[in-house]
Design a protein around this ligand. Structure first.
Ligand SMILES: [Zn+2]
Length: 600
């Protein structure tokens, strides 16, 4: 436990919410991890059936929650007050029986906001609603008819609640410093009636007023990671506005709004924000929606954390095998761009392969001659030895390397191509699509391992790199070529960039991300290029492809395809060309004596 660990108080009430609510809470909790140091507590109250209670105990165990059995009096605040002396954490998060985390990292965001100097408290939702009688100030008598009626019944309420606007943080999804809540508990009457419980939340002596008196700022924290001060609450899109897209924690009230008809929604919004503000919110959706694309985050499979933001959506523009849209995400930690989810039937997108299998060795040799330049990164560092090419397809690179005297092995997933590699190219080819497994089983060490524009197709490429680094001899090199997703060309052409090639290309890295990936696996960077010959070829192809896609007239098209690419490439040098080529080296163990034993 550290100073910022948060005790999450979840009220598990047997009578009104029951086991189902608790299950839904746990389900949402695991789907949207808090991403912040915490201890979960189930505040159990009102469980009449021993069997049900036993099931709750099991449920608590399933998510490492501590269960505190409390008397069934005092409503939610009573339970929070009673639980406080039993914990050691310095921060508390209040969650009612119907609470459900709605976004990964919700506790991290709330806790960050609450711990910001001068805040001391932060909520997922707040409201300006007053339970006192103030329809005239809200500018709407009809909207508050229900409130008015309830006030006639309880005519003393106008004294206990500030009239509208009555800003208060709602006590669900609320993070607060423990000592502040303890002080509040000491100063408050233990709630005996529902009305007294409401007063603790939004009354003149309620928690929000108490926090303000103690120099706290009342802020709402949204799923976009932004803090909203009181005057911006109506536009935070967290509570009773639009689709509440910016909400970190949902509850019965937020569900009620979503499930309501248009008219009812308007009335609920009127109550929370006042009629004039509701009109403003409704009429200026543009002011409130631009950040909404930021509210979704997903898990980076390499980092195993929810740190990836939406990058772009694309379709299979190159082969048009389906009209499905594919989502790409970018991890803010490792800078990997990845497709998520990976289509289940990925093999169907490969039908037809990349290049036709040539009829004989002679035609392959003709192709290989044109691409002999691709050998240069290898020849700069190695003259001979054992090399392994992963994903060679028809083996153009492998053939060139073999002609130069290298002993070549290959891993390839296509059975027809494998047969061709063995019989025609005459190299040792292993047929498998489990590259990681194959590398783990292989004890042989190589002078060079080559991933020539194949890494972006492989499953779990970060583990492929890790395993490949183990298969390198000391001073062995790993050569990787991938499309450059951060090139200016990729930025300009976006979803229609030829080398995005959705959904066949599953993973990309920025040059910096690729560098990090190698170094993380103990490899040093010998060279990294984004403007080598291959990169220029890729760039020219992509410009031509795009121009041909836009311009209908055949002659203009041919003319532009020849003239424009080199010019465009000149103008857009800034972020490098369309491909990255990197050469890593296994420098071997730091200890020189050890190096000797390992040397080939
Ligand atoms: Zn990552």
């Amino acid at each position: 436990m550290n100073d910022s660990t948060v005790a999450v108080f979840y009220i598990a009430r047997g009578i009104d919410a029951g086991l189902n609510s608790a299950k839904e809470f746990v389900e949402a909790w695991s789907r949207h991890p808090p991403e912040h140091a915490h201890q979960l507590y189930f505040l159990a109250k009102g469980w009449k059936s021993e069997l049900q209670h036993q099931k709750l105990v099991q449920l608590a165990q399933s998510c490492d929650a501590k269960l505190l059995d409390l008397p069934d009096t005092g409503f939610d605040f009573g339970a929070y007050f009673r639980a406080l002396p039993q914990i050691e954490e310095k921060w508390v998060c209040l969650m009612n029986s119907y609470a459900k985390p709605n976004t990964p990292g919700w506790l991290r965001l709330l806790s960050q906001s609450a711990r910001t100097t001068g805040n001391g408290i932060a909520g997922a939702t707040g409201s300006w609603q007053s339970l006192g009688w103030s329809p005239l100030k809200q500018g709407s008598i009809s909207a508050t008819a229900a409130t008015a009626l309830s006030n006639i019944i309880n005519c003393a309420n106008w004294k206990k609640f500030q009239s509208f606007p009555n800003p208060h943080l709602r006590s669900n999804g609320l993070v607060i410093e423990k000592c502040l809540l303890e002080q509040f508990a000491k100063n408050s009457k233990f709630p005996k009636t529902k009305n007294e419980a409401f007063q603790l939340e939004s009354g003149i002596n309620g928690l929000s007023m108490f926090a303000l008196d103690n120099h706290c700022k009342l802020v709402i924290c949204g799923a976009d990671g932004k803090e909203y001060p009181i005057e911006k609450w109506p536009f935070s899109v967290t509570f009773r506005s639009h689709e509440q897209q910016n909400l970190l924690v949902t509850d019965n009230r937020t569900h009620e709004y979503i499930a309501s008809s248009k008219n009812r929604r308007r009335k609920l919004a009127d109550l929370a924000w006042g009629r004039n503000n509701v009109r403003m919110i409704r009429e200026s959706p543009k002011n409130t929606t631009p950040f909404l694309h930021n509210t979704r985050r997903t898990k980076c499979p390499a980092c195993d954390m929810y740190c990836a933001d939406p990058f772009l959506n694309s379709r299979d523009y190159n082969r048009q095998i389906s009209t499905h849209t594919f989502d790409y995400w970018k991890c803010s930690e490792c800078e990997m761009v990845f497709i998520d989810p990976i289509p289940e039937d990925i093999s169907k997108f490969y039908s037809g392969g990349y290049q036709e299998i040539p009829d004989n060795l002679l035609s392959l040799e003709r192709m290989a001659k044109k691409e002999a330049y691709r050998l240069s990164p290898l020849l700069r560092h190695k003259e001979h030895g054992d090399i392994l090419e992963i994903g060679p397809w028809i083996g153009i690179f492998s053939l060139n390397a073999k002609r130069r005297g290298f002993r070549v092995s290959a891993i390839e997933r296509d059975p027809h191509v494998c047969r061709f590699l063995r019989q025609v190219v005459e190299i040792n080819a292993t047929e498998t699509d489990d590259v990681v497994g194959e590398l783990q089983n292989d004890n042989k060490k190589y002078d060079a391992i080559i991933l020539w524009h194949s890494l972006e197709h492989l499953a779990k490429p970060w583990i492929v790199i890790q395993q490949a680094s183990h298969r390198l001899k000391v001073n062995g090199i790993l050569i990787i070529g991938i499309p450059n997703i951060t090139s200016t060309q990729a930025e300009l052409l976006g979803a229609k960039w030829l080398h995005l090639d959705a959904p066949r290309h599953l993973y990309f890295w920025s040059p910096r991300g690729l560098r990090k990936l190698g170094m993380k696996n103990g490899l040093s960077v010998l060279e990294l290029h984004t403007r080598d010959r291959l990169s220029r070829v890729l760039e020219r192809n992509a410009w031509q492809h795009r121009i041909q896609g836009i311009i209908g007239n055949r002659f203009t098209r041919i003319f532009l395809s020849l003239i424009a690419p080199p010019l465009l490439s000149l103008f857009f040098l800034k972020n490098g060309g369309a491909g990255i080529t990197v050469v890593f080296r296994n420098d071997g163990p730091a200890d020189p004596t050890e190096r000797k034993c390992d040397a080939p």
